[in-house]
Design a binder for this molecule. Structure first.
Ligand code: SF4
Ligand code: SF4
Ligand code: SF4
Length: 581
């Protein structure tokens, strides 16, 4: 242990602790900007500088480790002046568009400028000009608001191991861009959105599509139906100041009804369809030892990744569409017929924790007879913006139930939003299918938890199945390399593009670096989904009465011709770069 003094407070911390983290133990919050715990700890921006007695100059507290007897001061006049100058310099080359910026109110640069009382632009002069990249369906890059902190680069390169973006050029020309400075739409980006979650400013954000929803909600000739993914309900409350991991499903449904949606349905029901189809597909492949391991396909960032990087392994992907796409297909066929609505009059909106779903929605494979299964995807953040624009005091709302008959879901559908959840839900159905019994064992603890890779051998129907659940694309790559080299012999693989699964998707509420450092967001949101599962009356997808009824009346049986047509899809090799290289 090392003893030191920070701002006149005695501190004792383990050797190797940074000054920044040592200060936290005694309630001293040194400001940071480029720092992102365990992702970007490089000491570039110098916002976290402190003075150490007996030393010349400043120490960068996010990388400088403690030493015995050190005496540290975090807010001397010199430190305060230097921080002010750092902010002045950043702001001198920054588009000061707070009034029209999506991150206003949740921007770390704006918060620091307020905290350090930056009241004027000290160094006005020439500013670099960047073209806004809004060509992709998922992500917008506005580098006029970039502060070159490189948090996005670290998330893409180190966490996801994609490397779609990096710092290019030098000096005044420096910026974060792609190979050849092309649009993210044309390079090896998966649209996972982890760079957005890492960015402290408005330089990166989702392609917003809420105006289209407002227009449709006002159109008397359109039936506007909304569905909400499992992970949305355990994060939306955060945008209204509620604790991380609060389940706000009831309030969310009330709010969506107030916005004017004609029907509010639950994507968890769609997840139950996915599980029934996916478990059936797995059982068939397992019995015939065909194309094993089977790999899940519900995460569109992951699907784009494998299409670009491992096309030879595409036959291993489950052919199941993702839950919201399956649900959209069922709504525009079975439900439309039942309710006597022309499918072309339905406008299907999905509220998702994910920006890759915006890309997935417009894939040509996701349409039936010229109608897309889903017409618009908005993120959790966009829904919060809509509710604020509609002057809804979310925290004060009463709870409501999802609309029937398409709002009934099981606990298995809920855990789809967390890493290991799809695997667990599928195993519940697969074991009953293989044994022909209603087995009481439904918790598969081996695949729970927030670790990036969870391997297990699970016994079902007297047979041992080797499974692995991986989240985050760096982990996905590790598993695919194992499969490719023959090093591992898995039968069932679950992969989600975002570390922790959909709960940590690129469309979820953005947490500041301080919250990311101090709170296990992944764990809290994940626990909330497992709690929904535990409290559910029905916890196996194939026992969902709505799902059973729709198979009886329309889809016939899992894997039937019509189920294949509506609920399954195909994948194709995709070039990483749509540009001459
Ligand atoms: S990124 Fe932050 S400081 Fe810059 S315009 Fe947006 S809100 Fe304002
Ligand atoms: S969306 Fe994902 S893959 Fe694309 S640049 Fe951002 S982190 Fe990298
Ligand atoms: S885009 Fe955002 S995260 Fe990336 S360097 Fe710029 S400000 Fe930092």
């Amino acid at each position: 242990m090392v003893n030191l003094t920070i701002d006149n407070q005695k501190v004792t911390v383990p050797e190797g602790t940074t000054i920044l983290n040592a200060a936290k133990t005694v309630g001293i919050d040194i400001p940071t900007l480029c720092y992102l715990k365990e992702i970007n700890e490089v000491g570039d921006c110098r916002m976290c500088i402190v003075e150490v007695e007996g030393r010349k100059g400043f120490a960068t507290s996010c990388i400088q480790t403690v030493e015995e007897g050190m005496v540290v001061h975090t807010h001397t006049p010199n430190v305060l002046e230097a921080r002010h100058v750092i902010l002045d310099l950043i702001i001198s080359n920054h588009a000061k568009d707070c009034l029209t910026c999506t991150r206003s109110g949740n921007c770390e640069l704006q918060a620091l400028a307020t905290k350090f009382n930056v009241l004027s632009v000290e160094f006005p002069g020439e500013m670099s000009k960047h073209k806004v990249d809004d060509l992709s369906p998922s992500i917008v890059r506005d580098f006029n608001k970039c502060i070159l902190c490189r948090r996005c680069v670290a998330a893409c390169k180190n966490v996801q191991k994609i490397g779609a973006i990096d710092c290019i050029n030098r000096g005044f020309e420096s910026c974060i861009s792609t190979v050849g400075d092309h649009s993210l739409n044309d390079v090896n980006c998966t649209f996972c959105g982890q760079c957005i979650e890492a960015c402290p400013t408005g330089a990166l954000h989702e392609k917003e599509t809420i105006n289209d929803v407002w227009v449709k909600l006002k159109d008397p000739d359109t039936i506007v139906i909304v569905q909400t993914a499992p992970a949305v309900r355990v994060a939306l409350g955060e945008e209204f100041g509620m604790p991380i991991g609060t389940n706000v499903a009831g309030k969310m449904v009330t709010a969506l009804k107030r916005l004017g949606f004609d029907k509010v349905f639950d994507t968890n029901t769609g997840a139950d369809f996915t599980i029934v189809e996916e478990a059936n597909e797995f059982v068939e492949r397992f019995k015939n030892n065909d194309n094993l391991p089977m790999i899940t396909s519900c995460s569109p960032g992951w699907v784009k990744f494998i299409e670009m990087n491992y096309p030879d392994l595409l036959p291993h992907l489950s052919s199941c569409k993702s839950p919201h796409e399956m649900f959209g297909a069922v709504i525009k066929t079975y439900y439309a017929k039942k309710e006597n609505i022309a499918p072309s009059k339905i406008y299907m909106v999905s509220v998702m924790p994910c920006i890759a779903k915006k890309f997935e929605r417009q894939r040509p494979e996701m349409k039936e007879e010229d109608l897309y299964d889903v017409d618009n995807v908005i993120t959790t953040r966009e829904l919060a913006r809509m509710l604020k624009q509609a002057n809804i005091e979310f925290e004060k709302l009463e709870d409501s139930e999802f609309d029937s008959p398409m709002g009934e879901a099981t606990g298995a559908g809920a855990i789809f939003g967390v890493t290991g959840g799809v695997m667990e839900a599928a195993l519940r159905t697969a074991q009953d299918t293989l044994t022909g019994e209603d087995l009481p064992k439904i918790d598969f603890e081996q695949v729970r938890g927030t670790e990036g890779i969870k391997r297990a051998n699970i016994e079902i129907a007297g047979k041992e199945i080797s499974v692995v659940a991986a989240s985050g694309l760096a982990n996905a790559r590790e598993i695919l390399e194992e499969i490719k080299s023959g090093k591992a012999n898995y039968q069932f693989v679950e992969i989600m593009a975002c570390p922790g699964g959909c709960i940590m998707g690129g469309g979820q509420p953005i947490k500041s670096s301080k919250i990311q450092a101090e709170v296990d967001v992944k764990k809290l949101r994940g626990q909330a989904l497992y709690s929904i599962d535990e409290k559910s009356k029905i916890r196996k997808s194939h026992e969902n009465p709505v799902v059973r009824k729709i198979y009886e009346e329309y889809l016939e049986y899992p894997g039937s011709e019509i189920a294949e047509k509506l609920l399954h899809t195909t994948y194709t090799k995709r070039e990483k770069y749509n540009i001459p290289m």
